[in-house]
Structures are given as structure tokens and as C-alpha cells.
Design a protein around this ligand. Structure first.
Ligand SMILES: Nc1ncnc2c1ncn2[C@@H]1O[C@H](COP(=O)(O)OP(=O)(O)OP(=O)(O)O)[C@@H](O)[C@H]1O
Ligand SMILES: [Mg+2]
Length: 200
């Protein structure tokens, strides 16, 4: 039997209770509603046209743009809602682990020094994943770009990845290489989120 989709009213109620102070304005509403529609698996999720490449529910999301517009707050809220729904119903529709690229690299290098660490990059080569602050992690210079490798492996396995970042697709390609840049449009629904920072 197919698992029923999360009801949009249930989602909205949870969203409001998790971040009641989060304001939806004329500037951000089309982006926020498109992201909600994507997670609710509505086939017309790109009705507002915020995704300029070929939109698809089978791809992940790459949300890039200005500082402080609410990218991480929005995805953290969806992450928490997904966890709550999973606990109550067992539905994994909105369930995904989250990690920032900075934390991931810290744990990756820690694991190389500390034999008791249970961190393995390969553990992230499965399932869904939300990666915050792509490009904020230290540059690898002569070493391998771990996050580039992660993106490559996840693309190879057709896994859904959600990314929030300040870097535009060209900057991502410049850092991790054209083999990554070339894969971005088929891996992600790409959304540019501009606006002024909510940070005081
Ligand atoms: N729509 C909103 N209404 C009220 N407060 C908001 C809204 N969006 C963001 N904020 C607040 O602004 C601050 C910055 O938001 P957030 O960290 O989500 O931005 P960001 O887009 O991830 O920024 P960065 O690109 O720098 O990581 C947070 O304290 C958040 O609570
Ligand atoms: Mg952020």
C-alpha cells in the first residue's frame, strides 16, 4: 500500500509551531512556498518559476544567495518537522539528517586522528542529506575536497541532497571542479534566494 503523503495543513501547523516568529513577506513568499510544495511532493511545485533549471521532484534542492535571508532557519525547521512526523507516523517523507560542511570536515579530520571516532564519510553516501553552508569549510589545497567527493558520490547514486550556501553555481564549480559544476543542474532544483539580512 502506498504511504499517504503528509497533509499540507498538518505541515503548516507544525511549521507555525516550530518557528512562530518566522515572517513570510512579499520578498520571500514565492521561494518559501515553492520549497514547502517540493517537500509536500506537489507536482506543480515550481508554479512561481523560482527554479530556472529543469524542475523535478526526483532531484534535490540547492538554495543559494544572500546572507541572513533565512535559508538555514527554514531548512532546520523542515528538518525538525520531518523528525516529529517520523516519530508520530513512521513516514520518512520529510525525514533527513542535517550537517554543516564545517562540522563534517571537523569530524572527518578528527576521525583520522582518533581511532575511537565512528565517523565515516561513506555513511553519507546513502539516503537523503541536508548540507548547510556549502563552501564555508576550509579549502583542501593539495588534499582532496571532501565535500566535492561527497557531492560526486551522491550524484552517482542518485541521492537527494539539500544544500544551502552563499556560493552561486559558478563558484561551486570553480571550487570543486567542473565535473561537479556540470552535475549541479541534474542533481538539484536550483533556487536563488536574494534579500536583505534579518540579522540585527
Ligand atoms: N523570515 C524571517 N523572519 C524572521 N526572522 C528571520 C527570517 N529569516 C531569517 N530570520 C532570522 O535571521 C537570522 C539569520 O537567518 P539564517 O541563519 O536562517 O540565514 P541564512 O540565509 O542561513 O544566512 P547565511 O547565508 O549567512 O547562512 C536568524 O536569526 C533567523 O532567525
Ligand atoms: Mg545559513
Amino acid at each position: 500500500m502506498p504511504v499517504p503523503l503528509i497533509d499540507k495543513k498538518v505541515f503548516w501547523k507544525l511549521f507555525r509551531s516550530y518557528i512562530p516568529g518566522f515572517q513570510i513577506t512579499n520578498e520571500n513568499q514565492e521561494i518559501i512556498y515553492s520549497i514547502f510544495r517540493y517537500f509536500l511532493q506537489m507536482p506543480d511545485f515550481n508554479e512561481y518559476g523560482v527554479i530556472k533549471n529543469k524542475a523535478g521532484l526526483d532531484k534535490g534542492l540547492l538554495v543559494y544567495g544572500d546572507y541572513g535571508v533565512g535559508k538555514s532557519t527554514l531548512f532546520d525547521a523542515i528538518h525538525s518537522i520531518g523528525k516529529a512526523i517520523f516519530k508520530h507516523t513512521g513516514s520518512t517523507q520529510l525525514w533527513f539528517p542535517r550537517i554543516s560542511t564545517v562540522d563534517m570536515l571537523t569530524r572527518y579530520y578528527e576521525a583520522q586522528r582518533d581511532s575511537t571516532s565512528n565517523f565515516k564519510l561513506e555513511d553519507y553516501y546513502r539516503g537523503k542529506l541536508y548540507l548547510d553552508d556549502l563552501g564555508k569549510e576550509d579549502k583542501a589545497y593539495n588534499r582532496e575536497e571532501i565535500i566535492g567527493k561527497l557531492l560526486f558520490e551522491r550524484h552517482r547514486r542518485s541521492l537527494k541532497t539539500y544544500v544551502t550556501t552563499n556560493d552561486n553555481p559558478s563558484a561551486i564549480a570553480a571550487r570543486y571542479g567542473n565535473h561537479i559544476g556540470d552535475r549541479l543542474p541534474e542533481m538539484f532544483n536550483i533556487i536563488k534566494w536574494e534579500g536583505k539580512s534579518w540579522r540585527e
